[in-house]
Design a protein around this ligand. Structure first.
Ligand code: ARG
Ligand code: ZN
Length: 463
């Protein structure tokens, strides 16, 4: 009896070892299609379910004269369920070929969803690699609400690439939602004479042949897809290191030639200062890009914020570089928590002003608080950003005011300790508003629920 059981157990073990060796996905019979959205109810088709991306390897060849992009995206991912098929997000562009682990896969397109069906199911937790060959004329996203034009935007001499909130799908197939961060390699080929600027670091000298130059960039820290860039065109460059020892890379369109040194120096000064206030700089370099496309906004592209058609002042540089901590290293899981990005970056502008001996954060707070009771920031609660009005001024200004109200309630010592603890505890990770409120309560030992409720969630001016 006893030995029989042992034999059965041994056989079972042997069977499972053999199954593994044959790479048979367990429970393949239950494989289901991955969801077409990642689960952000405000943006139901953004991102996808059933897998997590670990790495994007993007090879992009772009010709400004024809506006044609040729791309090969190789995406390494891990399944989070048994998958019969899965989706990527991609807008327009022609997909020529898709392979999964080297084998050709079937694919279909519907709206911004690219559905890939590998020749056999992918088991839960299995790692797999998808290669998508595609090309065409990228079309930026144009939003009727307050997002303007974003994504891959052709310019007179190249392209301006800024993708918040969901424009990365205009130039590469992706799991286009901040809840899935990944590392990136970029191989960008442009006509010789142009420069291509992406996130992270150049991995070598650009190489030129046949009238084309290839730039290779690597972002080795996790990055949300909306922060990926491949901005290209004519640029003046300045590279070096900040006094604090962080690499600094500035690029400006020739139209803004005169602002290169200021961009370079201010970015260095701000990065070094924020490192003392928020904790160690999370990435391998800092800097910025000024292009001559008038976007009407700037974006905190990881390691290299981009400024759309204007020379940034200190305040906006302070804002975009504060996002390297709040937004880029600590990333929101859901867009409704956007104040954790914009409220913090706005408050950073006030801290910068205070640091420079200009208006104090308290003075700025008071001016805003004095706004008429009918001002629209009082009816829009910033703690729940609305999908059709994501970047509402309240998310910025009232978000920043929330932090100042908190600072007044807990005192400077606890407040600045909170900022550092917050960014250390969630470095390279994801965050929610609830987690911030919990940490604030824990560090201060105070009941701050009424304060956060009044500032973040009520449609009226807090007392
Ligand atoms: N996060 C940017 C900032 O620093 C704003 C991006 C706006 N995006 C857009 N598509 N308009 O404030
Ligand atoms: Zn911002």
């Amino acid at each position: 009896m006893r030995s029989d059981r042992r034999v059965v157990a041994l056989l079972a073990a042997l069977v499972s070892v053999l199954a593994c060796a044959a790479d048979e996905p367990p429970q393949a019979a239950e494989a289901r299609a991955g969801a077409p959205g990642i689960g952000d109810t405000d943006f139901p088709t953004d991102g996808n379910g059933g897998y997590n991306v670990a790495h994007y390897d993007l090879a992009v060849d772009y010709t400004p004269a024809t506006k044609r992009l040729d791309g090969v995206a190789t995406i390494r991912a891990a399944a989070t369920q048994d998958l019969s098929s899965f989706n990527l997000d991609l807008t327009g562009l022609d997909v020529r070929r898709v392979t999964v682990d080297g084998s050709p896969a079937r694919f279909t397109r519907k709206g911004d969803e690219l559905t890939v069906t590998p020749d056999g199911p992918i088991g839960d937790k299995a790692r797999f690699s998808v290669k998508v060959s595609y090309s065409g004329l990228p079309k930026p996203a144009k939003d009727r609400a307050n997002l303007g034009t974003y994504g891959f935007i052709p310019t007179s001499d190249g392209a301006f690439v800024a993708s918040e909130p969901n424009g990365s799908k205009t130039w590469f197939p992706s799991n286009d939602h901040p809840a899935d961060k990944a590392t990136f390699d970029f191989t960008i080929t442009v006509p010789a004479g142009l420069t291509a600027v992406a996130n992270g670091e150049l991995t070598g000298q650009p190489t030129t042949s046949g009238g084309k130059t290839t730039y290779r960039w690597r972002e080795r820290h996790p990055m949300a897809t909306y922060l990926a860039t491949a901005t290209l065109g004519k640029f003046e460059l300045r590279q070096g290191t900040t006094p604090g020892g962080i690499r600094d890379f500035a690029a400006v369109d020739p139209r803004f030639k005169g602002s290169l040194d200021k961009l370079y120096k201010t970015s260095a000064e701000v990065t070094d200062y924020w490192s003392t206030v928020f904790g160690p700089y999370p990435f391998s370099s800092t800097g910025g890009v000024v292009d001559d496309y008038s976007a009407g906004y700037a974006l905190e592209n990881q390691t290299k914020p981009i400024y759309g058609g204007f020379v940034p002042d200190e305040s906006i540089i302070a804002h975009e570089l504060a996002h390297q901590w709040f937004g880029n290293s600590l990333t929101i899981k859901r867009w409704k928590d956007l104040w954790l990005n914009e409220g913090f970056a706005t408050y950073a502008e006030w801290l910068w002003s205070e640091h420079k001996g200009k208006k104090t954060a308290d003075a700025i707070f008071k001016e805003l608080h004095n706004r008429a009771a009918t001002d629209p920031i009082w009816t829009y609660p910033p703690g729940r950003a609305k999908p059709d009005d994501l970047f509402n001024q309240s998310v910025y200004a009232r978000g920043g005011m929330t932090l100042h109200a908190l600072r007044r309630a807990v005192g400077d010592e606890t407040f600045f300790k909170l900022l550092k603890t917050w960014s250390a505890d969630h470095r390279y990770g994801h965050v929610t508003t609830e987690q911030f409120i919990d940490l604030a309560q824990r560090l201060s030992g105070k009941d701050l629920r009424p304060l956060f409720d009044a500032w973040l969630f009520q449609p009226r001016r807090p007392a």
